[in-house]
Write a protein that binds this ligand. Sequence first.
Ligand SMILES: NC(=O)C1=CN([C@@H]2O[C@H](COP(=O)(O)OP(=O)(O)OC[C@H]3O[C@@H](n4cnc5c(N)ncnc54)[C@H](OP(=O)(O)O)[C@@H]3O)[C@@H](O)[C@H]2O)C=CC1
Ligand SMILES: O=C(O)[C@@H]1CCC=N1
Length: 273
Amino acid sequence: MKKTKKITFIGAGNMARSIIKGLVNAGYPASEIMACNRTAEKLAFFSQLGINTSTDNDQGVAFADVVVLAVKPQFMQAMCESLAQHGKCTDKVFVSIAAGLTVARLQAFLGCPCPVIRVMPNTPSLIGRGVSGLYANDDVSDSDKTFVAEMMNAVGTTIWVPEESQINGVIAAAGSSPAYFFLFLEAMEQEALNMGFDKNAARAMVENAMLGAAEMVCHNSDLELSELRAQVTSKGGTTAKAIEHFQQQGLSELVQNAMRAAVTRAQEMEKTF
Ligand SMILES: NC(=O)C1=CN([C@@H]2O[C@H](COP(=O)(O)OP(=O)(O)OC[C@H]3O[C@@H](n4cnc5c(N)ncnc54)[C@H](OP(=O)(O)O)[C@@H]3O)[C@@H](O)[C@H]2O)C=CC1
Ligand SMILES: O=C(O)[C@@H]1CCC=N1
């Protein structure tokens, strides 16, 4: 990154861990990062990375130029209101990675019109292969937008969305979607075990088939996904039978409904938290 700033993550759970480890691996100075968590146990991992840690969120805010709000949505209001009570928020830029909490709501929790950028990341940020959707309203300066985009580019790819509601689409397509692929692989691994392969062989087959397929997709961005599929699918062969089965069972509709359910849940969360 061209310029570093002090970044504090409040909530040192799965997603903060993925982004922080990705940043440190990408060469972001550990001394410029702090992780805060209400319980000390989760901070041990972060101390090993050489970053600053604290169980005191106010200390984290005092340290930072940029504060990443990384607690679960249901804990966000109490956490932000506690920060606001101590009155140290007005000169900070906030980044929220929470699903289902709008900028307006976060500003109300923080009790000030401070700049808030919404980032919807995913856990592959841990290995520099994340994808994040970003949204900022007109309260955010171009230099703050650039910094936050660079921060997330250090751990993967970024996509700006012009409308805040589109963050919910990013959740369905990217934030939640690593879990869809893991679920699919779990089912494949289980069936390989049912066929009599041992655990190592079953895992090796699904893992390498997935990795090879993902790399084929990445290395052939000029080819439609359906063309890559066609290259595997011999007429009258085994793949054709398996694909026919997926299609007859309504795989496309199932995926569509699952992604829509994720969006609907994000919309419900906007009304709940
Ligand atoms: N996991 C994912 O793939 C993604 C998650 N997100 C978003 O990221 C956010 C975090 O999710 P995730 O990392 O999975 O959740 P986790 O539960 O793993 O992490 C949240 C952390 O916040 C801590 N915490 C809760 N309240 C406070 C508080 N008041 N002060 C300090 N720390 C606190 C918790 O501590 P303790 O457990 O000790 O109570 C926990 O370690 C959510 O808003 C989610 O919507 C977005 C995209 C992807
Ligand atoms: O499941 C969730 O609500 C969060 C948001 C995207 C991934 N995990």
